[in-house]
Design a protein around this ligand. Structure first.
Ligand code: C2O
Ligand code: CU
Length: 478
């Protein structure tokens, strides 16, 4: 209940708990916010991905739990200790959370790499309600590709009451017949559309059979945590509305009113969908309709029924995010490109022991460059340096950033530490909404705007192979 949520802070009131103590988007946990302490230990776990009678796969997980899920009330101050129980360096990054830069988890830029056996304490103000996730920010193709991903749900006591809620975390796996992993990245994939997994899962299972009352209101939190795949999420058999993107509420959009009746979602993107179950008790299917063979990942059967079904969508409370001032916004434009031949040659490293490379290379990325942003790639130069910042910005000022895709492939582009407003798309396909990642189609230009928060924040494609072969830059905000 709201009362329990406020707890010790009740005297101060919710607004005091959530009050920013610096300008712009900078968030520092209010001193009296209730603190939750968690330890997240990265290490191996077993999961039967090929079927009950087939060999299990040794995946990576936090605390041995595939897709370890944290559920915390908005206003919590989260103290998360990352423990590295793996044989390679890593860091922990809370994707989409607006936080002090020092807890962002980007090796070299915001902290040193956490070596095997090491740890790092993150202190995060959970100001924004919504569906988030966390993952390593080092050798992501290898670590997240083998399953090292967790889910963070920040609950808002003001949300409407749903009759059921289901979290659906989508990820594919590249498996050999013996349950082991195939090469997680191949040059042909990394330099093009990506290296896909053939074993598709939701919450680590092939598909889910779920229930909800007939006529009832269901909240689906759908996360695309795959390394590569872009999905077209749709619902068959019930009325459904898109009510949040990347955790942030938007005015509900009927899925049927979207192009092809689906929401196209790249790696790292999340949506919340409000589904109203049919009154006649018939089941509902949720799927990815992009590929020729549709992947139905969840079937929701009616169990019981609600006495008085409601009408229309249940909207979530409006996000309380800093709104960019478009009259005063400074404009930037960045172009997503194939890397120049010079950059490719410059960065090429002699092939070496992958383990030694992971331990020694504090940049945590591949040894090849295929991509760039505005003619820069990450890393740059034969010494594998961090490139100069793409932009220098001022804390508290508004910026409009145009992202132009000059390549032949789609790229989901993510900015750390901010929620941006997606203002427009040259292909005119997106409703205005807040997000932390936006999919930019080949030939498309998408403009996003935000109020700058202090720190060094990376800006990268979230197709993990693209990011690790050059499509990453950063903004210095002072
Ligand atoms: Cu999911 Cu650099 O982020
Ligand atoms: Cu990309």
């Amino acid at each position: 209940s709201r009362r329990a949520f406020l707890g010790a802070g009740a005297v101060l009131g919710a607004s005091a708990l959530l009050a920013p103590t610096r300008t712009g988007q900078a968030r520092v946990p209010a001193p009296f916010a209730p603190t939750r302490t968690v330890a997240l230990k990265a290490g191996e776990a077993e999961l039967k991905l090929l079927g009950p009678d087939r060999p299990a796969t040794r995946i990576l997980a936090y605390d041995g739990e595939p897709f370890r899920t944290l559920r915390l009330p908005r206003g919590t101050r989260l103290q998360a200790t990352f423990l590295n129980g793996m044989h390679e360096g890593s860091t922990l990054h809370f994707h989409g959370i607006r936080m002090p830069n020092e807890y962002d988890g980007v090796p070299t830029l915001t902290q040193p790499l956490v070596q095997p056996g090491g740890s790092f304490v993150h202190l995060l103000p959970l100001d924004d309600p919504g569906t988030f996730f966390f993952h390593p920010h080092c050798d992501e193709t290898g670590q997240a590709g083998r399953g090292l991903v967790g889910v963070l749900i920040v609950e808002d006591p003001r949300d409407p009451a749903f009759d059921a809620e289901h979290v659906l975390t989508l990820k594919d796996w590249r498996l050999a017949d013996d349950g082991g992993f195939l090469e997680l990245s191949e040059p042909n994939g990394a330099s093009r559309v990506g290296t896909f997994g053939a074993t598709r899962t939701v919450n680590g299972a092939v598909s889910l059979n779920l229930t909800a009352p007939a006529g009832g209101d269901v909240r689906l939190r759908i996360l695309n945590v795959d390394s590569t795949r872009i999905m077209d999420i749709g619902v068959e058999g019930g009325e459904a509305w898109l009510i949040a993107v990347d955790g942030h509420a938007l005015r509900p959009v009927r899925l049927d009113d979207l192009p092809d009746g689906v929401w196209r979602m790249g790696p790292a993107q999340r949506i919340d969908v409000h589904l109203r179950m049919p009154r006649d008790g018939s089941p509902v299917q949720v799927g990815d309709y992009r590929a020729a063979d549709i992947y139905h990942f969840a079937t929701i059967a009616a169990e019981g029924k609600v006495a008085r079904p409601r009408k229309g969508p249940l909207a979530l409370p409006k996000p309380e995010l800093p709104r960019p001032d478009m009259k005063k916004a400074e404009r930037f434009s960045f172009t997503l490109q194939q890397a120049t031949d010079a950059a490719v040659k410059d960065i090429a490293l002699p092939p070496d022991d992958p383990l030694a490379k992971a331990l020694l290379d504090s940049l945590c990325v591949g040894s090849t460059t295929y991509w760039g942003i505005d003619s820069e790639s990450w890393p740059t130069g034969s010494r594998r340096n961090v490139p100069p910042p793409l932009a220098r910005m001022t804390t508290g000022r508004s910026y409009a950033v145009e992202i132009k895709n000059e390549t032949r492939f789609p790229h989901p582009v993510h900015l750390h530490g901010h929620a941006f407003e997606v203002l427009s798309s040259s292909l005119d396909r997106l409703p205005r909404h807040f997000a932390d990642t936006v999919l930019v189609q080949p030939g498309e230009a998408v403009t996003v705007a935000f109020v700058a928060a202090p720190g060094d924040w990376v800006f990268h494609c979230h197709i993990l192979e693209h990011m690790e072969t050059g499509m990453m830059g950063w903004f210095r905000i002072v």
